[in-house]
Design a protein around this ligand. Structure first.
Ligand SMILES: C[S@@+](CC[C@H](N)C(=O)[O-])C[C@H]1O[C@@H](n2cnc3c(N)ncnc32)[C@H](O)[C@@H]1O
Length: 203
């Protein structure tokens, strides 16, 4: 890890994740979580204030970057929280362990997203829900072409974040069916602001 990745990148990514349109998106999905929750790519814990403490018993946040987690402002509150340093491609939990798995703005960055989804499917209980809010491939051909052009530079300086991933396909190709999904451009740069959010279940 170079100096840029260790010191500057966590500050830049954290600031980009904190913008008000993204904070509004978090509010739409995070209160749906209940029971024992796994948050993948928890970053600096920006979702933690939005959990419904009456519904959540415990949250485990995983992320390979301790630098990102070190930017958190988390105050221990009504639920038990634990941070574990690991990637989502290999999760240190038993099968069917979680009622909910949450991913916000992480499927863009996880290098092997298919293995991550396989792991999420393994650790989520039979009736559990996968709650997501992600940016990805835009439906508009012109924007999509720009996403494909810019993506190599974006991912190099953005800590591996890709702007052109097909989020619904990543979810449904990996053993989940959508319960409900919304999508739209949120305010911001068009190439990085087409968002998909909702819930999915295993089948
Ligand atoms: C754009 S940030 C989003 C952080 C947080 N989910 C949020 O909503 O603010 C992407 C996160 O994915 C994490 N990440 C990178 N590779 C990962 C992996 N293999 N498994 C899980 N998370 C990963 C990064 O460290 C970073 O914290």
């Amino acid at each position: 890890m170079n100096l840029y990745e260790k010191y500057l990148l966590p500050i830049l990514v954290n600031s980009a994740c904190k913008v008000s349109p993204k904070m509004k998106q978090r509010k739409k999905v995070i209160p749906l979580a209940h029971g024992r929750v796994l948050e993948i790519g928890v970053g600096s814990g920006l979702n933690l204030p939005f959990y419904n403490t009456d519904k959540v018993d415990e949250i485990i946040g995983i992320d390979p970057s301790e630098e990102m987690w070190s930017k958190n402002n988390f105050n221990p509150s009504k639920f038990h929280f634990e941070f574990i340093k690991t990637g989502a491609e290999s999760l240190p939990f038993e099968n069917n362990f979680f009622d909910c798995v949450v991913s916000t703005y992480s499927l863009c960055t996880i290098p092997d997203y298919n293995s991550a989804m396989e792991e999420i499917r393994r650790v989520i209980s039979t009736n559990g829900i996968f709650i997501f809010c992600e940016h990805g491939k835009a439906p508009n051909r012109k924007v999509e072409r720009w996403q494909n052009r810019i993506d190599p530079i974006w991912s190099t300086f953005g800590g591996g974040c890709h702007i052109n991933r097909d989020i619904p396909k990543i979810i449904t190709n990996n053993g989940f069916k959508m319960d409900q999904m919304d999508q739209m451009f949120i305010p911001g740069w068009k190439i990085a602001s087409y968002e998909y959010w909702g819930t999915a279940k295993t089948y």
